[in-house]
Ligand binder design. Structure first.
Ligand code: BES
Ligand code: ZN
Length: 468
């Protein structure tokens, strides 16, 4: 029996009767009966029936239009800019059209402060890192090399300023290592002669500033002669606004909303909508945003046992700030009720080798979400006759996106992302070459892969929403 025939039979059987499905036991090896119809109960048949509705509704042209709107019409949606806000309003308008209860959640993002670095009575050219808080310090500097954790070993940094060279590891890692070593401030000199590069930090405990390579080398030389004192001043950072969009679907039976109560489980779907400067972010992450909207469209009106929340997150690219703000805004009761987070980020690249939708968790352990994905992969082999392959197997450890904020709150979470399957053990090396570049645009985007993501995550999500 071929796959197409089985699928047709299943659809017919489900239309005619929701109780007898014994024929499915004869299916081929591509169709794993356990995840489909054997041992089917009335409930599981209803689930499959709804999932067929969901799959049939997924519309490739519609998701493509969402990605065009976000990445080409609006363009780069950098944290706290008007374009990010326009992205939020567009996504909200799509949820509104569907009748979901959608709202914009505004949150604060600290901007870049003004800095002043003085050495021997002279003011050096400097630039405060974004995320650096206010400070005023007059202290000795300590040469900390490139700022690896090992560069701080055996050094007394308390009350002192760490002098670090830019390069090889990220700004964020260097500042974090200096913070752990107890430094009072960080001064980072450039590794090229291209002036002062604006750096980034997440830890708020220590303020970092950038200076030129030439000035850094002068300080390094001076250290050879004895102690060097520097004055570092960072002003109060300006407070800017960024946005999340939160849309909710309450549980329902036979189309009727269940009584509102605050004991029901909640399942969250997330995707960040912002991008980095100059990158239209068609794949990173208009793709995830569009997939989320299309799942919402395809699920409209279907019965679910749990509450479903869609969160389009702002300011992911500057430190997962939107998802952090969302999780911080939850009551303890809500945090306990959220049982899963499905996070889609870069789910429709047109780069040929990145043909797999990989599944990662931040802590490297499997959970409810990864289990649901595995079953969805098998189930889809039965439910569709599509030519694309569905996988859904668990692939290991990867953070760097909004699922981290949920996991930090103790919630089972996973990241879905397109990778080159041959390289997926090292996710950073397995993604498209357009990452964070102007080439991450609509011409390098695949709506076929977007549809596959919607189907795979949609099925796993629907199963999770209706699991015991
Ligand atoms: N989509 C990326 C995350 C990503 C990159 C996952 C490469 C897998 C491989 C995300 O939008 C991003 O760029 N995140 C930031 C991290 C954040 C904490 C600023 C990153 O990885 O630099
Ligand atoms: Zn991303």
């Amino acid at each position: 029996m071929n796959k197409k025939f089985i699928s047709l039979m299943m659809t017919l059987a489900l239309t005619v009767s929701v109780t007898t499905v014994a024929f499915a036991e004869k299916s081929t090896s591509t169709c794993d009966n356990k995840s489909c119809l054997v041992h089917a109960t009335k409930k599981s048949n209803e689930i499959i029936k709804a999932q067929n509705v969901l799959l049939n509704r997924v519309n490739e042209k519609r998701v493509y239009e969402d990605v065009v709107k976000l990445s080409s019409d609006i363009g780069p949606r950098v944290s706290t800019t008007d374009e990010e806000h326009q992205g939020a309003l567009y996504i909200k308008s799509q949820f509104d059209k569907l009748g979901y209860k959608a709202e914009i959640q505004e949150f604060d993002v600290m901007g870049r402060s003004v800095s002043k670095v003085t050495y021997n009575g002279q003011t050096l050219t400097s630039n405060a890192f974004s995320g650096a808080g206010a400070t005023k310090i007059n202290a000795e500097i300590v040469d900390c090399g490139l700022g690896y954790a090992s560069d701080f070993e055996g050094k007394d940094l308390s009350g002192k300023i760490a002098l670090i060279e830019r390069g090889t590891i990220t700004f964020v890692e260097k500042v974090s290592n200096a913070t752990k070593a107890g430094a009072a401030a960080v001064v980072m000199y450039n590794n090229t002669d291209a002036g002062v590069t604006p750096g980034q930090q997440y830890s708020k405990d220590v303020s970092a500033v950038g200076i030129t390579r030439a000035d850094g080398l002068v300080l390094k030389e001076a250290l050879k002669e004895g102690s060097v004192v520097l004055s570092v001043e960072v002003g109060e950072p300006p407070v800017n606004k960024s946005w999340n969009v939160v849309a909710t679907m309450k549980p329902s039976t036979n189309g009727n909303k269940k009584d509102k109560n605050d004991s029901q489980d909640i399942v969250c779907v997330t995707a960040h909508m912002d991008s980095v400067p100059l990158a239209p972010g068609a794949n990173d992450n208009a793709s995830g945003s569009a997939a989320m909207i299309e799942i919402a469209r395809s699920m409209k009106g279907l019965d679910i046992d749990k509450e479903l929340r869609f969160i389009a997150c702002g300011s992911e690219e500057v430190g997962l700030l939107g998802s952090e703000a969302y999780v911080d805004s939850l009551s303890d009761n809500e945090k306990h009720r959220i049982i899963a987070n499905f996070n889609m980020d870069m789910v429709a690249t047109g780069y040929d080798p990145c043909n797999e939708l990989a599944v990662y968790t931040n802590n490297g352990s499997e959970n409810t979400v990864t289990e649901a994905m595995k079953n969805a992969g098998k189930k889809l082999s039965c439910l569709t006759t599509d030519s694309v392959s569905y996988d859904g197997t668990y692939d290991g450890e990867m953070g760097s996106s909004d699922h981290v904020s949920f996991e930090n709150a103790g919630i089972a979470s996973a990241l879905f992302i397109n990778v080159d399957s041959k390289l997926k053990d090292n996710p950073r090396s397995a993604i498209e070459p357009y990452y964070h570049k102007p080439e991450d645009n609509i011409t390098n985007f695949s709506s076929e892969r977007l549809v596959r993501t919607v189907k795979l995550v949609g099925i796993a999500l629907y199963d999770t929403l209706n699991a015991k």
